[in-house]
Ligand binder design. Structure first.
Ligand code: E4P
Length: 211
């Protein structure tokens, strides 16, 4: 499973990129507003820092508006992927953008059937939301593994990005059931590095080395 970072914070992207562990970035309007940034500027900067896919979300509520925004954003850099919300208008926009070779990431996916529709419309990526599914009392991992199974069974090449990740356990679960990608907040990626036994082991080796 590949790892993306889920942030619009430039410092976080730079720091995590030095570790060689991430192959893409996802943003959304909330993450960009948290940085008090302007979408276009933010995506321009991020897409220069990272070679892999950088998702930039549209905010229009009509297919026409989404396509217009998507085309503008896709001009920023060749690695920009247009993030489109799951809806009738969103699916229409995905179909049009796909026919013009613009890559899309269908977001706010909460069921396997939504993921299937997104894939059939021509989405490059689909983003099921682990944390927000679990918040409803449903089991997100059942949703992810259904999508994995359906895509495999029907030779669908759309890649699954497990999103709305809140803990290393969410990442573990996504990897176990075969998600292609997990997009993970900076804090969670850092948590994944640590293990108390690693710290104890390093201290002991350093102590013994001095003896
Ligand atoms: C990424 O593509 C999603 O927009 C993001 O993971 C949503 O995360 P949240 O549920 O923590 O807002």
């Amino acid at each position: 499973m590949k790892l993306f970072i889920d942030t619009a914070n430039i410092e976080e992207i730079k720091k995590i990129n030095e570790l060689g562990i991430i192959s893409g970035v996802t943003t959304n309007p909330s993450l960009i507003s948290k940085e008090k940034a302007i979408l276009i500027d933010s995506i321009r900067e991020i897409s220069k820092l990272i070679e892999g896919p950088v998702s930039a979300e549209v905010t229009s509520d009509t297919a026409e508006g989404m396509v217009k925004e998507g085309k503008e954003l896709s001009k920023i850099n060749k690695n920009v992927v247009i993030k489109i919300p799951m809806s009738e208008e969103g699916l229409k926009a995905v179909k049009i953008l796909n026919s013009e070779s613009v890559k899309t990431n269908v977001t706010l996916v909460f069921s396997a059937m939504q993921a299937l529709l997104a894939a059939r419309a021509g989405a490059t990526f689909v983003s099921p939301f682990i944390g927000r599914i679990d918040d409803t009392g449903n089991d997100s991992i059942n949703v992810i593994s259904d999508i994995v199974e359906i895509f495999k069974k029907h030779n669908i090449s759309t890649e699954i990005i497990s999103a709305s990740i809140r803990s290393p356990k969410n990442v573990l679960d996504a990897a176990r059931v075969g998600s292609n990608i997990a997009t993970v907040p900076y804090k969670t990626l850092i948590q994944m590095i640590s293990h108390p036994l690693t710290h104890i082991g390093i201290e002991k080796f350093n102590k013994d080395n001095k003896k």
